[in-house]
Design a protein. Sequence first.
Length: 437
Amino acid sequence: MFTFLPTAFFALLLPSPQADRSQLRLQHDELTKTLESQRRAVTRSELALATLEGQLAPERKQALLPARGYLRKTAGCYQSDGASGPPPSAMTLALNNFAREVRELTASFLPYKTAAASELEVPGCVYTAALQNLTLDNDAIWARENARPSVPAPLLIKVPYLTLCSILDTLFDGRPIARFWYLETVARIPYFGYNTMIFLYETLGWWRRSAALKKVHFQEEWNEFHHLLIMESLGGDQAWFDRFIGQHSALAYYVLMSLMWLLSPTLAYNFSELIEAHAVDTYAEFIDANEATLRALPPPEIAIQYYQTGGERGSAPVETLYDVFCRVRDDEASHVESMKECQDPEVRSRARIVELGAMVTAAAVFAASAVTVETVETVESLAAPVVSRVEQQVVNEIERDLEGVEERVEATIEREGADFQRALYDAETGGNRWQSR
């Protein structure tokens, strides 16, 4: 009984279960109202933020692909350095470049990295592996080229073109970015060479009617120069061997195209048309084969600054690396049309006619030579029995003559021998001295 009284007393002091549920319900209602109020506030904040983001979208900083170019780090770039003054002397530049390239040449054989090569590496960069895994199939490029209408060109132009393309396929197989860097290094050279020849003709007073053509060539060279900077920023010039063959090929190409332009500007433009058409096929195949990867990669800064401020065919948004390569492909297609328009149709058709005539003449000479050889062989086969009979008759005559000579020689020997014996006998008997008369 005494134990029951404290328990009952404390039970009276504690709230009943019914009172607990009422209080919890009140708390639940208050929290629900607070949560709904906060949700409405979040919704209003989200709408306000979306509005501000829409207003600030043009000024929002875009993701960029880190620049990985070797020449950009060593020789500089107008887009990043901003220097507009004159360069140092050629001797200073040559010595500095020679010292750098000797170290890079040594590093390509020995297991160490130069300071310049170390600066090109971006630690933890996910873009490097993606760029290295890009693919390009040479057979697919040629299949694409064979599927389209071919560029009419004489063999004098097509043979060097096919040679250059085979070199590209061999040296840069499985390395598309390095291939594009080499291609753009060489592709911008003809336009510089063409303008050089036009300046020369103007200076000598030979020709002053190509002012508009100079502007076209400068725009094309400026466009190809930015293609080169884009491929350089993607790391296409990191290997010493690629830089060596690219730069020296450009020098040789400049001399070759300048001489070709001196002989026939139309044929020079025809060769450039072939090269640019091949570039279109190469870029188109590359874009189709790597579309997903290219869409996932941001563009380099130089591409954004060039294409969003005008480019060669007007400004356009560039959001991904896929957009960049599409613009490059379209630029090359416009160069094909430009080079086609620069050619003289009469000279172009006459060159092919002359080449066709030369081929027909060579075929006729070859056929005549073959006929002459066959005629000689026929005559020899018909005359062989007659010649054999004549030869046999000559041999018989010689043999008969030899037999007669031998008989005469033997008779003379016998006669001389008889006279000698008789002379000895006469000498012994004295018959000749004491014979009566």
